[in-house]
Ligand binder design. Structure first.
Ligand code: SF4
Ligand code: SF4
Length: 167
């Protein structure tokens, strides 16, 4: 039977999670849009990518490190903005985090993680997945005094689309 998730308490380094990124979860286009709107209303976050797939997310510091390491190692790593937030007050689009646009991690080779010491927090935690990101985003918005009040999802989406370089 195909493995769908990891049930190990301690990682056995089988590599399944590193090679099973970007799995589809079966959302229709309509459901995808509805979910994105709900996420925006709750947190101010705009996703430009489809939510129909799980991708490996990482904070900007990690994304920067992995981009540099990939360049040095001659690895093609497609790391793109993931969660965007438009701040009405400053008129800026903030990139909260990035995602790895791959179904198999390009840093996984010969059953090893080539960037082990710099791997994203999600890799460090897996298979313990928590859903605390919503709270983390809310804290980030509060701490940085980001203002998205009164903005509609459509307005914020437009601002993020025009204000963000996708790779
Ligand atoms: S965390 Fe990943 S590599 Fe470790 S046992 Fe689970 S699936 Fe395998
Ligand atoms: S960064 Fe390392 S641990 Fe994370 S998915 Fe890639 S190979 Fe696996």
């Amino acid at each position: 039977m195909e493995k769908k998730s990891c049930h190990e308490k301690v990682c056995k380094r089988c590599g399944w999670c590193c090679t099973s990124l970007g799995k589809e979860i079966g959302l229709s286009m309509e459901e995808d849009k509805k979910l994105k709107k709900l996420v925006f209303e709750g947190s101010g976050v705009i996703y430009l990518r489809s939510l129909n797939r799980y991708f490996l997310a990482m904070l900007p510091g990690t994304a920067e490190k992995l981009k540099k390491r990939a360049k040095k190692m001659g690895i093609k790593a497609d790391i793109r903005p993931n969660k965007l937030i438009y701040d009405k007050k400053t008129g800026k689009v903030i990139i909260y985090d990035y995602y790895l646009n791959h179904t198999k991690c390009p840093f996984y080779k010969d059953k090893e993680c080539l960037v082990y010491e710099d791997r994203p927090a999600a890799c460090r935690k897996y298979p313990n997945i928590d859903s605390s990101y919503a709270k983390e985003v809310k804290d980030f918005v509060k701490k940085n005094k980001i203002d998205f009040s009164g903005l509609s999802y459509e307005e914020a989406l437009k601002k993020c689309k025009s204000g963000c370089k996708l790779s």
